[in-house]
Design a protein around this ligand. Structure first.
Ligand code: NAD
Length: 327
């Protein structure tokens, strides 16, 4: 029977793994995959990884040398895998597409509403018995223009929800989604989307064409005071340019679930350690920036689907079939 080493297992994932896995031999580790932990997979044919695991050329070569043939990702995104190296080493990479587009779409809406209606500040004030409304003035979503970049599973789910708010929806993607069109989205050029949108939400993958898509130049094309929501991948935004935009007021607010250097900090605890990421500290200092640590996917529904599909991917591979292969 094929054996799998599962990295980065969190306590909250265990019940979902147990529920999904009936037959597979899976050796679990809480430590992330890196060149220091790669030997934990000795004797296995598959590894199962999440977004904070290192799957660069060095690690993939070591895995391949040890006889690993399958990388079963517990994520939809695969930008953290050196796919060029994986192909050269003939490693099969599977992901979990569409495990719950609603979880990320709903989280993006939650970020927008929290920012437009100052929910966090309101709650913090009331807990200090300050019931004044000064500084909490919001704006309606109805009739505002929202630009969606990337209209795959998540962007389409986001568009479906937005249509209920009565927003004008602009979309940009290399492929048109019929679902988005039927929910009222107008496909426009990126320049038009930047120029007209009051809120821009990112739902594209991180790849060569989207790396630092949001940069100083593109920020300058946006409406003054624009709100930017990023639940896609940190690298889609040039964080230094975003900070400059927030400082100048060109960007009115930002909701960021992902961060370009998140690998070193997310899913770790720093309350008793020195936190040294100066750029993230700057983001944290803005009242009009809402931050979360790659949490948009984090619902019971999503975790249940992630583990069911991951186990199916491993079982299919064992039987000589490949499903959800990343090309
Ligand atoms: P998907 O593949 O269904 O959709 C991605 C869309 O982006 C596609 O329609 C594709 O054509 C489009 N795209 C590709 N390059 C583009 C470009 N240069 N400009 C505009 N659009 C482009 O994927 P999905 O399931 O909707 O997920 C989207 C992304 O969300 C994932 O790649 C991942 O990075 C991110 N994600 C984040 C979380 C989280 O918890 N924050 C969870 C899951 C996924």
């Amino acid at each position: 029977m094929m054996k799998t080493t599962l990295y980065s297992l969190k306590p909250y994932e265990k019940p979902f793994l147990q529920q999904a896995n009936k037959d597979q031999e899976i050796i679990c580790h809480s430590r992330p995959l890196s060149e220091y932990t790669v030997t934990l997979a000795e004797g296995c044919e598959a590894v199962c990884c999440f977004v904070a695991d290192t799957l660069d050329k060095t690690v993939l070569a070591k895995l391949s040398n040890m006889g690993i043939r399958l990388i079963a990702l517990r994520s939809a995104g695969y930008d953290h895998v050196d796919m060029h190296a994986a192909r050269e080493l003939k490693l099969t990479v599977c992901n979990v597409p569409q495990y719950s587009p609603a979880s990320i779409a709903e989280f993006s809406i939650a970020m927008i509403l929290s920012l437009t209606r100052h929910m966090i500040e309101a709650d913090q004030r009331i807990k200090q018995y300050n019931f004044l409304l000064d500084g909490l003035l919001g704006f309606d979503l109805k009739n505002k223009t929202v630009g969606i970049i990337g209209t795959g599973f998540i962007g389409s789910a986001f568009c479906r929800i937005l249509s209920g708010f009565g927003c004008q929806i602009l979309a940009y993607d290399v492929i048109t989604s019929d679902d988005c069109v039927s929910n009222g989205a107008d496909y426009v050029s990126l320049n038009e989307l930047y120029k007209k949108s009051d809120i821009i939400s990112l739902h594209c993958p991180l790849n060569e064409s989207t790396h630092h898509l949001i940069n100083q130049d593109t920020i300058n094309k946006m409406k003054k005071g624009v709100m930017i929501i990023n639940t896609s991948r940190g690298g889609v935004i040039d964080t230094a340019a975003l900070i400059a935009g927030l400082e100048s007021g060109q960007i009115g607010a930002a909701g960021l679930d992902v961060y370009e250097n998140e690998g070193a900090i997310f899913y770790k605890e720093f309350s008793h350690k020195q936190f040294q990421d100066e750029m993230y500290k700057k983001l944290e200092g803005f009242d009009n920036v809402l931050l979360s640590a790659h949490q948009a996917y984090f619902t019971a529904d999503a975790l249940s689907n992630i583990f069911k599909t991951t186990i199916n991917n491993i079982t299919a591979f064992e039987k000589g079939q490949v499903i959800h292969k990343v090309e």
